[in-house]
Write a protein that binds this ligand. Structure first.
Ligand code: GDP
Ligand code: ADP
Ligand code: 5GP
Length: 210
C-alpha cells in the first residue's frame, strides 16, 4: 500500500487553524488530524483523546526520554508533541495526516521528512487576530495577551513553509487548503501507484485486427 502524505499546518494562536483543519477533514475522505499530547490545561469543551491527549509533565518527559515523539516543543510554557507511532501507523495504511503544530515542531518534521507538505496560515490583520482570540471565549485575558505577544514571533517563520494561506474569508481559505490536499493526490507518482491496472490496460498493445 502506498504511503499517505504528511501535511503540517502552523499559524499564530487564533488565526483559525483548528477550525479550518476540522472542516477540511470533514469535507474530504482519507485524511485525519493527528491528536497531539500537551501539558496545557484542558479548555472548557475539550475532550481528552479528541482535541489532545492531556498529559502531566512527568509523563510527557518520560515519553521524550523513550523517544516516543516524532517532534515536540515548548509553546507558551507548555509542552506539545506528536506521537511517532500514531502518525506512522496512519501514513502506512495510506491515510493523509495533518499535524497542527508550531514552527519549532514543523522544523523537526521537515528535517526528518522533507517530502512533508507545509502550510502557514495568517490572519488578515493583527486586530482581527486579537478579535478572534477574544471571541473564542476559551482563554483568560492574560493568556490572550501572552498569545498576542507571541503571535509575531510565530509569524516571522512563515517563509519556512511551502504554502501560505490567508484566513480572511473562511470558505476561501478552506478551498485553498482542500485544493492543496487534492493536488498532492494527483501527482504522477501518486497516480501511478494508485492506478497501475488502468495504466496497464490503457497502454497495452492493441490486439491485431487481422
Ligand atoms: P491554539 O493555537 O489557540 O489552538 O492553542 P493550543 O494551546 O491548542 O496550541 C498552542 C500552540 O501549540 C499552537 O501554535 C499549536 O500549533 C502548537 N501545537 C499543538 N500541538 C502541537 C504538537 O504536537 N507539537 C508542536 N510542536 N506544537 C503543537
Ligand atoms: P487556532 O486553532 O488557530 O487558535 P481557531 O480555529 O480556534 O484558531 O479560531 C479562532 C477563532 O476565530 C474561533 O472562534 C473561530 O471560530 C474564528 N475564526 C476562524 N476562522 C475565521 C474566519 N475566517 N473569519 C472569522 N472568524 C474565524
Ligand atoms: P465562536 O467561537 O463564538 O463560534 O465564533 C467566534 C467568531 O468567529 C464569531 O465572530 C464567528 O462569526 C466567527 N466564526 C466562527 N466560525 C466561523 C467560520 O467557520 N467562518 C467564519 N467566517 N467565521 C466564523
Amino acid at each position: 500500500m502506498s504511503q499517505g502524505t504528511l501535511f503540517v499546518v502552523s499559524a499564530p494562536s487564533g488565526a483559525g487553524k483548528t477550525s479550518l483543519v476540522r472542516e477540511l477533514v470533514e469535507s474530504l475522505d482519507g485524511i485525519q488530524v493527528s491528536v497531539s499530547h500537551t501539558t496545557r490545561a484542558k479548555r472548557e469543551g475539550e475532550v481528552d483523546g479528541v482535541n489532545y491527549h492531556f498529559t502531566d509533565v512527568a509523563d510527557f518527559e518520560a515519553m521524550i526520554a523513550r523517544g516516543e515523539f516524532f517532534e515536540h516543543a515548548k509553546v507558551f510554557d507548555n509542552y506539545y508533541g506528536t506521537s511517532r507511532k500514531a502518525v506512522q501507523t496512519l501514513l502506512d495504511v495510506g491515510q493523509d495526516v495533518i499535524l497542527e503544530i508550531d514552527w519549532q515542531g514543523a522544523r523537526q518534521v521537515r528535517e526528518q521528512m522533507p517530502e512533508a507538505v507545509s502550510v502557514f496560515i495568517l490572519p488578515p490583520s493583527r486586530s482581527e487576530l486579537e478579535r478572534r482570540l477574544a471571541s473564542r471565549g476559551t482563554d483568560e485575558h492574560a493568556i490572550i495577551a501572552r498569545r498576542m505577544r507571541d503571535a509575531v514571533s510565530e509569524m516571522l517563520h512563515y517563509d519556512e513553509y511551502g504554502y501560505l494561506v490567508i484566513n480572511d474569508d473562511f470558505t476561501t481559505a478552506l478551498e485553498e487548503l482542500k485544493s492543496l490536499v487534492i493536488s498532492r493526490r494527483i501527482t504522477l507518482v501518486s497516480m501511478r501507484e494508485h492506478h497501475a491496472p488502468l495504466l496497464d490496460a490503457l497502454l497495452s498493445q492493441a490486439p491485431s485486427v487481422e
